[in-house]
Design a protein around this ligand. Structure first.
Ligand SMILES: [Cu+2]
Length: 151
């Protein structure tokens, strides 16, 4: 009797999970399609991710973190009076169905005060926190110092 009860409870729990949120749908909501970085030249590094929001509601990227640097933040590069400048971006809205592609000269993830240089061929973890979607872990691959795309 006790065994049967446990099995029934287990089934109930599994069904409850399915109704509340199918695991497959949740996994597809926010997809990190690419995560790469340039080999670093100084104390700071830059990483670039492409994120696709395949869910049915808008979301916002509100946090970035990595064990390779104590200070990690989203920056936007822009040109002003012929000079390239960077500014901190607190949150990046991503509409449903939208893809955000970070790349050199635009949005990037700034890794400030790297604990050690990023070398070509290295890989390191990066976590992206979304307002609705929670935290997604990804692995960043390091390419050459002047790489303009992940290769
Ligand atoms: Cu920057």
């Amino acid at each position: 009797m006790k065994k049967f009860y446990a099995a029934a409870l287990g089934m109930l729990a599994a069904t409850g999970v399915l109704i509340a949120e199918p695991a497959s749908t949740r996994a597809n909501e926010l997809r990190v399609e690419s995560a790469w970085a340039r080999a670093s030249a100084g104390r700071n590094g830059a990483a670039f991710v492409t994120v696709y929001n395949g869910g049915n509601a808008p979301d916002r990227l509100v946090g970035v973190a990595s064990p390779v640097a104590p200070d990690v933040m989203v920056h936007r590069s822009f040109e002003e009076d012929g000079t390239m400048k960077m500014e901190h971006v607190a949150a990046i809205p991503i509409a449903n169905g939208q893809r955000i592609e970070m790349k050199p000269g635009g949005l990037h993830i700034m890794l400030v005060n790297l604990k050690q240089p990023l070398k070509k061929g290295d890989q390191f973890p990066l976590s992206l926190t979304f307002e609705r979607g929670g935290t997604k872990e990804t692995t960043v691959t390091v390419y050459g110092p002047g790489a303009m795309e992940p290769k």
